[in-house]
Design a protein around this ligand. Structure first.
Ligand SMILES: Nc1ncnc2c1ncn2[C@@H]1O[C@H](COP(=O)(O)OP(=O)(O)OP(=O)(O)O)[C@@H](O)[C@H]1O
Length: 373
């Protein structure tokens, strides 16, 4: 987008000389307060709204010189509440664009079924009507419909705003998975900065008046907000959220203060060290049961119901420093429990060790463009 402006007939400047390069095969998120011009920007890309000034090039081609129909068919479009055709079944909703492109019914429906699988919809829902689906399921249908003709570009306008936080997280994870599999160029509008930081490869923060405040990868946004407006928009816990971009894998784990539920008196004694007041007890399957003071543990038959809760463990290899810190903060002992992918304990780490890792992380720049999820 090169110096793109949209002035509505009443004189409102919705977008003001916006210039930015939207990366290919990545997710670019537009975020900002209500009325800052996000939707107008998105709709200028597929010319549902015509720009007043400036140029928008896709792969070097000026969108204003493309026939509108060709342009729109090369872009999937997803909106809040999915915007499904209420009188059509789910499968026919998804098959809409392929049918418009002249595919025969069988082929279009086969494609629709394949996409239902891709977006995590059970095939048994194919013959239902939109009103017979939950909000989250309808939103998945909206994504499947937008993907049906395999467009290289996907435009998404607050697609997940109308669903509850848990469903929303599921939809976000699904979108990231689809993006990894299909490599679409996605432009995504939201007013939720957490959503932007989670799914964006790059995030464009806009301010009222349709001006671009900052355009950067999420980690950079959290590290170096361009000005007070961006800093304010990012919210109070910017430092904590930035920890999502640093892996927990570098944390040194202690394996000594860990005993199995059937530990002998000798084992308990051998694993008790002066610097760790508690022992983590695991089941015979290696999963964590809870913390206990060594003198309260009955050798040979530790009672799991008398242990202190261990809190939610973090996965050492894949989680972030933020997850490890959260775990330590919520742990009654101040120690976080690390597990492997199989849920078995790999060690424990003290809050102060995590604090040291955080200090060095803040001194370094985040080297990942994506949050460690
Ligand atoms: N057809 C129109 N005529 C005049 N002004 C308009 C028109 N459509 C939008 N606007 C104005 O343009 C500005 C940008 O609107 P836009 O819908 O792009 O914002 P937004 O950032 O997407 O907002 P929201 O988060 O509330 O959806 C707003 O001030 C809005 O009132």
């Amino acid at each position: 987008m090169d110096s793109v402006t949209k002035r509505y007939p009443d004189g409102t400047v919705a977008v003001d000389r916006l210039s930015l390069d939207i990366p290919d095969r990545a997710i670019t998120v537009f975020v900002g307060p209500s009325g800052c011009g996000k939707t107008t920007t998105l709709r200028m890309i597929n010319r549902m709204i015509e720009p007043s000034e400036g140029t928008i090039l896709i792969d070097g081609k000026d969108v204003l010189k493309e026939p509108v129909n060709t342009l729109r068919r090369s872009m999937g479009y997803v909106i809040q509440n999915a915007g499904l055709f209420q009188h059509r079944t789910i499968i026919d909703n998804i098959a809409t664009v392929p049918r418009l492109l002249g595919w025969d019914k069988g082929r279009a429906r086969d494609r629709a079924r394949e996409l239902m699988g891709r977006v995590g919809l059970d095939p048994s829902l194919a013959k239902r009507y939109p009103y017979q689906l939950s909000g989250g399921q309808q939103q998945r249908v909206g994504v499947a419909r937008a993907l049906a003709a395999d467009p290289p570009v996907l435009l998404m306008d607050e697609p997940f705003s109308a669903v509850d936080p848990i469903v929303r997280k599921g939809l976000q994870d699904e979108l990231l998975r689809i993006q990894e599999e299909l490599g679409k160029t996605i432009v995504f509008v939201t007013h939720d900065i957490d959503e932007a930081v989670k799914i964006g490869t790059k995030v464009a923060v806009m301010r009222t008046g349709g001006r671009l405040a900052q355009f950067a990868p999420p980690a950079e946004l959290l590290t170096d907000p361009a000005d007070a407006f961006v800093e304010d928009f990012l919210g109070a816990d910017r430092g904590i959220r930035r920890l999502s971009f640093f892996p927990a894998a570098g944390l040194p784990l202690l394996t000594t203060p860990v005993v199995a539920v059937d530990a002998t008196a000798e084992q308990i004694a051998a694993r008790t060290t002066p610097d760790v007041p508690y022992l983590l007890v695991t089941g015979l399957d290696g999963r964590p049961l809870g913390w206990g003071e060594p003198r309260n543990l009955t050798a040979g038959r530790i009672d799991p119901t008398r242990l202190l809760a261990h809190g939610r463990p973090f996965e050492h290899a894949t989680d972030s420093l933020r997850a490890a810190l959260d775990c330590a903060v919520l742990s009654p002992t101040g120690w976080a429990v690390a597990v492997g992918a199989d849920g078995r304990v790999t060690g424990v780490v003290a809050q102060h060790t995590i604090a040291e890792a955080i200090r060095s992380a803040h001194a370094a720049r985040p080297d990942t463009e994506k949050a460690v999820r």
